[in-house]
Design a protein around this ligand. Sequence first.
Ligand code: SF4
Length: 386
Amino acid sequence: MSDSSSYVTSTVRHVYIHVPFCSGKCSYCAFYSEPCSHKRIVRYIEALNRELELFGKQYGMLVPDTLYIGGGTPSILPDEALADFMRMIHKHIRMNTLVEYTMEANPGTLSDSTIALLKNSGVNRISLGAQSFDEKILTTMGRRHSSGDITRTVECLRTHGLANISLDLIAAFPGVDTQIWRDSLQKILAIRPPHISVYACSVEPGTRLEQQQRMGEIPCPTESESLEQLDSAYESLTSSGYTPYETSNYALKDHACRHNMAYWQGKDYAGFGPAAASRLGQLRRHNSENLTAYCAELEKGLWPPAESEVVSIQDDITERFVFGFRTAYGCKLPNENDVPEALFTHWICTLSDLQSRRLVCQQDGRWCLTHRSRHLADAVARELLP
Ligand code: SF4
């Protein structure tokens, strides 16, 4: 990142750290993760320490509003390593401006002592990968937890006063019929976490799910099944007091995820760890998905291997604009003078066409998805790209 300082146009207020370890591989997962061992964890924490140190030397100490520890499965770190990890974070990141500090965890991986450690380190939000409440589906997904683990983990977090919890569900996973889906929705509503994410199952290249489908071992979810389950989630959650503030995310009052909102609202963010991405002004950087190479370069005092690109001002503005469609708040059309005339004309014509098809509408000078297009944010964004 050494050549990028001129592209950092604002102070970074949002920080992501990737912990690349999992106890197994879920069948649908395309995120970067590795099996974990004590030796690998120690090496990773030291390398991460060096990456944060390099960043601090070049740009100054990180003073974020939101910090998100994702993975992988961050909660898989044993308590001793987790304590080292948290101390190291405190060394490089100033905590007194932090309003949201999220850590991802899997049900069944948080003991009392781990939760106490997280709380003492300032973590104030937990995102739990529930995915389903059906035992058979959890097994097919390759998850390593049961439905009971989800409820027990939530109870334990609440007992410790860590009640700001998000639960994820996957809609239209092969084998999830209407009854199973309704049952999962009922169970999640009985828990009533302040935040729920509902993602449609997508078959990613290189995953076991893709292989199973190619071999005909597992049926492919159809688009109509997927839309039907997303619709029933929308109806159940909104009628239970949740606001659909983003195309896949629902929250009770004041519990929208600020960190993810920053991505969708086009803010800058810095990512650390293998596979982590950053958007700093016009710089886009994506650390390589290779833990060994990540550690090896940092041990030499160098930046970790990454793909980086300085995008044009037009591409930067376009990306930040179209991301905003995901949120209920919508997005403002960029200033005409900041982009080439042809691009601005393309946006005006496309928005007018989308509006005539009732796929976008205007509210208080902002462009938003309509009720009809609430699951079609990506398709709308694609039409607006040059
Ligand atoms: S636990 Fe999460 S990151 Fe790990 S394999 Fe499963 S879905 Fe992927």
